[in-house]
Design a protein around this ligand. Structure first.
Ligand code: AMP
Ligand code: MG
Length: 426
């Protein structure tokens, strides 16, 4: 039996649904999240971006044996003369993929290629470019090498039986390579999370429809779809739903049947025609919050039931920027955790504000900013113009969100602020 929302809220210090701190809302949501149950086995390429379901224990050591990190000559460090050049007699060649030769007598070295196994007894490699050849001999300058230089040790990448990748990891390009280096062609991941999306509002029109006065095209379903696509979840698009109880009941019921989570936009503020709140409350356990944040104040959170099935509900505001900001502030992390991922905090930059910013203490703000690097290497951030919650173009101009915390007051030119960059490497 899941704890009731009141029981969860009672554990939060300072819970106030009418002016809820962003951090408290995040904590509350964390306590609601069900963990994934079903797994599937996928080929490596299909597993990119998916979440590893169990610790992956290395069945091999990588590298399997000591080998050379350079093209050059393998030698014994004990043969090197401390005071001057060393002359070693050349005996054979060790190629990558070949079986190493028999042990060499002291005073000998062997030509070796990158990745070739170290000949028995030899422990150090001198790169070719530092040596000179003199007939049968290789001449090595003094003071160049220490024992073990340019040798890769068996198991230095992965030890046999070690955790190569931990459960909850979202598989990245390097991970696919690592799995391949262990000889693994398949991997067990959590099944993809199913997320239903819908836009609510009588004024909304779909693309290709005429736009009568007072109506707007439904843009939220496209930004929601895109943000979810980036998260790698399975998307169930329930379209535009009219502000009519029957239509809403039907859509939420269908969503709870098919999805693990539902994201709706619109209808959670205090507007007259917003039947959404009533229908949500009727279909499950749902809380309505005014969050101390900008943009994105109203939000609904809960569980919608349909027969035996239920889905977590994120009722986001209707304003296009508020949809994106509340998604990044609350939904993204929640969906990652529900997908089985170890959700880590997003990396942030500290950037100097190029201008003064007005900010009231007592709410969290997410302003849209353009972050650039100054010639001295310092990050700086300039706020895009109008910060209204309907100005979607501000999200297109920006390359990051300037995060101004709950206690923060006005920002002076040159003050440092936190920025969440939109893009990362992997
Ligand atoms: P609401 O939260 O339903 O009161 O909507 C707030 C504002 O966001 C209104 O101006 C709506 O027209 C607008 N809006 C709501 N849903 C969408 C949507 N799907 N696409 C674009 N704008 C929307
Ligand atoms: Mg509405």
């Amino acid at each position: 039996m899941n704890p009731t929302f009141e029981a969860i809220a009672a554990r939060l210090d300072g819970y106030d649904p009418q002016a809820l701190r962003v951090e408290l809302a995040q904590q509350f949501i964390k306590a609601l999240l069900p963990l994934p149950q079903e797994t599937e086995k996928l080929g490596l390429r299909a597993a990119l971006g998916r979440v590893l379901a169990a610790d992956l224990i290395s069945p091999l050591q990588v590298p399997a044996a000591d080998n050379s990190a350079m093209d050059g000559y393998a030698l014994r460090a004990s043969d090197l003369l401390p005071g001057g050049q060393t002359r070693l007699r050349l005996a054979g060649t060790s190629l990558a993929g070949a079986v190493p030769s028999a042990a060499l007598a002291p005073g000998h070295c062997q030509r070796i290629m990158t990745g070739a196994l170290m000949p028995p007894g030899l422990d150090t490699v001198v790169p070719q470019e530092f040596t000179q050849r003199d007939g049968e001999f290789v001449v090595i300058p003094a003071g160049l090498l220490r024992a073990g230089d340019n040798r890769r040790l068996a198991g230095e990448d992965l030890a046999l039986g070690s955790v190569a990748l931990a459960a909850g990891r979202v598989l990245k390009p390097a991970d696919l390579g690592l799995l391949a280096s262990l000889g693994l062609a398949e991997v067990v991941v959590w099944r993809r999370l199913r997320v239903a999306i819908m836009s609510t509002g009588d004024e909304l029109r779909g693309l290709g429809e005429p736009l009568p006065p007072g109506c707007v095209y439904d843009s939220n379903r496209y930004t929601m779809w895109a943000m979810l696509e980036r998260l790698g979840v399975e998307i169930i698009d329930l379209g535009i739903v009219r502000d009519q109880p029957e239509a809403l009941r039907e859509a939420f019921g269908r969503a709870a049947q098919q999805a693990d989570a539902i994201i709706s936009s619109g209808g959670v503020s205090v507007g007259e025609a917003d039947h959404t709140k009533r229908v949500m409350a009727e279909l499950g356990e749902v809380l309505f919050w005014r969050i101390a944040m900008r943009p994105g104040r109203p939000m609904a959170i809960g569980r919608i039931r349909s027969g035996e099935k239920s889905a977590l509900l994120f009722g986001l505001p209707g304003n296009p920027v508020a949809v994106m900001v509340t998604f990044y502030a609350f939904v993204r992390d929640a969906l990652l955790r529900m997908s089985g991922a170890n959700s880590e905090p997003m990396p942030m930059l500290r950037a100097a504000s190029t201008g003064a910013l007005r900010k009231k203490a007592g709410r969290t703000e997410y302003q849209r900013g353009v972050v650039t690097r100054r010639p001295d290497g310092q990050w700086q951030v300039a706020i895009t113009g109008n910060q209204g919650s309907g100005i979607l173009s501000s999200m297109c101009q920006a390359n990051g969100l300037v995060l101004l915390g709950h206690e923060q007051g006005d920002v002076a030119t040159g003050d440092f602020v936190d920025v969440l960059p939109f893009d990362g490497l992997m």
